[in-house]
Ligand binder design. Structure first.
Ligand code: ATP
Ligand code: MG
Length: 393
């Protein structure tokens, strides 16, 4: 019996042009993820079909579970759209299932088919009862639900469905730059941004020798985890050491974090333009630390007019941790390497910073030049979740 993976789309825009773009993007993403598999993929406005070799089925099912834009997917048996072939395939395929009770659901989109859906459900139910012994119909809580989708030319028969991730296909929105530290929050923020279709690339602020190369490796591992939900991801590494040291030398200790973050945002703005992105994304969560009070966010955010997307802003830490575990970043994030924001944390970081004071303190060093240098000397690594080596760009 021939089988196919039937893919149903997630939340779709109602505008037709957008719909086509959504489907095309999802199609390209699936093609890219299934590179190396011997598959044939086709699409129409309602669904996508993946024809596969049996030995690849488990792997492909797994991969479909990490592609945004897929609502549900099924492994379906294919029949020709006529009663005798449909009935033959239903009976044959049910022989692979263990069950005592069943029900049949028919969904007819081919209106030229001779029966309407409720009528043919009953007929098929009768055929199943006649051909398989010791089973009963149970419409409320059946062991097996036989779904038959009757379309022009071909019909599809399946018994179970896999839940996709939903969201929009990655790439249906332009690029966003994720500030990725080694912590728990920012990978989750990246995952949630990908979910809305944003093509995410990452920026890591490094402060060697105050932070270690292990910290960088940790960030690379996190990007690899995110690649599962995207294709390749570029990781841009900013040498933040000179700016950070200057801040510690010249600014009041309770303000160093605020000013450091204002500098990060300034650099992010430059990088957004440099890499033709449209937004900054980060893992700030309201009230989590001193730099994430609304007053702090206001003072830090005021250095840029770009949209700053904070996907975990309103989540509790435990909710963030749940997602981190689900996407398998949690165990990496809790490895104990220092981040540049944690190496010099002052005893009492300011909770309600004053913008004018920041501006005053920032006059004490030539940050414009330092930002220019940091952007100019950026290092970029192209990361994928495949086995191959990362590529230095
Ligand atoms: P996380 O848990 O993601 O590390 P955090 O709890 O350490 O966040 P902060 O240090 O206040 O919180 O940072 C808030 C956000 O700023 C992070 O989620 C991340 O998006 C960004 N950020 C912090 N440090 C860095 C860094 N070294 N490189 C890139 N982004 C950073
Ligand atoms: Mg945090």
């Amino acid at each position: 019996m021939n089988r196919v993976i039937l893919i149903k789309y997630g939340e779709l825009s109602t505008k037709k042009a957008n719909r086509n773009f959504f489907i095309k993007t999802l199609y390209n993403n699936i093609v890219e993820k299934l590179e190396g598999f011997d598959v044939k993929i086709s699409k129409d406005l309602g669904r996508m079909y993946i024809y596969f070799n049996d030995e690849d089925l488990d792997d492909i099912i797994d991969i479909m579970g990490s592609i945004f834009g897929i609502h549900t997917y099924h492994v379906a048996y294919i029949a020709d759209t006529n009663t005798s072939d449909i009935e033959k395939i239903v009976i044959e395929s049910l022989k692979n299932e263990q069950f005592k009770t069943f029900k049949v659901i028919v969904k007819r989109t081919d209106k030229t088919f001779q029966y309407d859906s409720p009528t043919y459900s009953k007929i098929l139910g009768g055929v199943v009862l006649k051909n398989i012994n010791n089973i009963n119909v149970d419409v409320h809580n059946p062991d097996v639900t036989v779904t038959v989708e009757i379309r022009e030319n071909k019909s599809y028969i399946y018994f179970n469905s896999y839940k996709g991730l939903g969201g929009y296909p990655v790439g249906t929105q332009p690029k966003g730059l994720l500030m990725l530290s080694g912590g728990i929050d920012s990978p989750v923020a990246g995952y949630l941004a990908l979910k809305r279709g944003i093509k995410v690339n990452c920026v890591y602020f490094e402060a060697i020798p105050h932070t270690s190369l292990e910290a960088r490796e940790k960030v690379i591992s996190l990007v690899k985890k995110l690649c599962k939900y995207s294709n390749n991801i570029n990781l841009h590494i900013v040498n933040f050491t000179p700016i950070q040291e200057e801040i510690y030398k010249t600014c009041d200790s309770d303000y160093v974090i605020t000013i450091m973050r204002r500098m990060m945002y300034r650099i992010m703005e430059k990088l957004v333009y440099k890499y033709k992105a449209k937004a900054i994304i980060n893992g700030e969560s309201i009230g989590q630390v001193a730099s994430q009070t609304l007053v702090s966010m206001n003072v830090i955010n005021s250095v840029t007019n770009l949209p700053v997307i904070r996907p975990v802003a309103c989540l509790d830490k435990l909710e963030i941790i749940d997602i981190a575990k689900k996407i398998d970043t949690y165990d990496i994030s809790i490895l104990p390497y220092e981040d540049c924001c944690t190496v010099f944390v002052p005893k009492h970081p300011v909770i309600n910073p004053d913008k004018e004071r920041c501006i005053e303190m920032e006059k004490s060093f030539n940050y414009e030049q330092m930002i220019y240098d940091a952007v100019k000397n950026i290092e970029t690594i192209k990361i994928s979740d495949k086995e191959q080596e990362n590529e230095l760009l």
